[in-house]
Design a protein around this ligand. Structure first.
Ligand code: F6R
Length: 247
């Protein structure tokens, strides 16, 4: 992988498979040092090669998630965990069902109970678990992390957001029609994310090039939620050549 120095951060550039192996190595190092680590996971297309690599390593006996606790970033409001486009279903089918994680220690925000108490309880549960050791992030074309759309306060905790038209259109590819894409999501806030001891953001594809440029070379601003990574003490950014093209 080559390294691009971009302001305060380095961006590690390679193809999707190289990124998957490099980030899987980070998980391996964390779990070697702390088998009961608290891991924050993300959904979307971006982490799929990584999840395939983690599944492969667990099957090969190279890694174990038996003692970890997990917290996912977000969930669509209105979708049951069994809905095939819910993020809980995504995680179960792409990762959790294929690794040795204890289902009792898996947490995904509820898309059904989204009252203030339930949302606050998600942050409380993260703190009670000891805080997130490593949070995995994708990035939206508009610079969102989790579902923290542009304009979300940097000090936000877990909350419900109204998805932008852009985000709904981008995600409509997974639904029968745009009308079926939920209008709201429950998401960890930017502060919840920033509280993680380590962040790993992966950006792949040309559609992420402008967002990645703004993330690492623009100002730290709520208008580009991912720009908050510039002020995180331990944030690693991985990109493919297409996403890194404008750096
Ligand atoms: C998913 C999430 C989102 C995605 C982002 C990129 O849990 O929090 O921020 O990471 O929308 O999605 P993909 O990877 O599908 O391009």
């Amino acid at each position: 992988m080559r390294i691009i120095e971009a302001g305060y951060k380095k961006v590690y550039v390679g193809d999707a498979e190289e990124i998957a192996r490099a980030v899987a190595d980070i998980y391996a190092a964390i779990l070697k040092a702390k088998p009961n680590a608290v891991l924050g996971f993300a959904t979307g297309s971006t982490p799929l090669p990584l999840y395939a690599e983690l599944v492969r390593r667990v099957a090969a006996g190279e890694m174990s998630f038996a003692d970890v606790t997990t917290f996912n970033l977000d969930e669509y409001v209105g979708l049951e965990p069994t809905h095939d486009q819910s993020y809980r279903y995504f995680m179960d089918t792409n990762l959790f069902n294929h690794i040795d994680v204890d289902p009792a220690r898996v947490h995904v925000p509820s898309g059904i109970s989204v009252d203030v108490e339930t949302l606050a309880a998600y942050d409380t549960a993260i703190v009670a678990a000891g805080g997130i050791d490593m949070q995995l992030l994708g990035i939206g074309c508009n610079g969102h992390i989790g579902f923290n759309e542009p304009g979300t306060p940097l000090d936000s905790l877990t909350h419900v957001v109204e998805l932008t038209q852009n985000t709904r259109e981008v995600n409509a590819r997974f639904f029968a029609s745009l009308d079926e894409v939920p209008t709201h999501a429950a998401t960890m806030g930017i502060k919840t994310v920033m509280n993680a001891r380590q962040l790993v953001l992966i950006a792949t594809g040309a559609s992420k090039a402008d967002a990645l440029y703004a993330t690492v070379k623009g100002p730290v601003t709520p208008e580009v939620p991912a720009s908050a990574l510039q002020i995180h003490p331990c944030a690693f950014i991985f990109a493919d050549e297409a996403a890194a093209a404008k750096l």
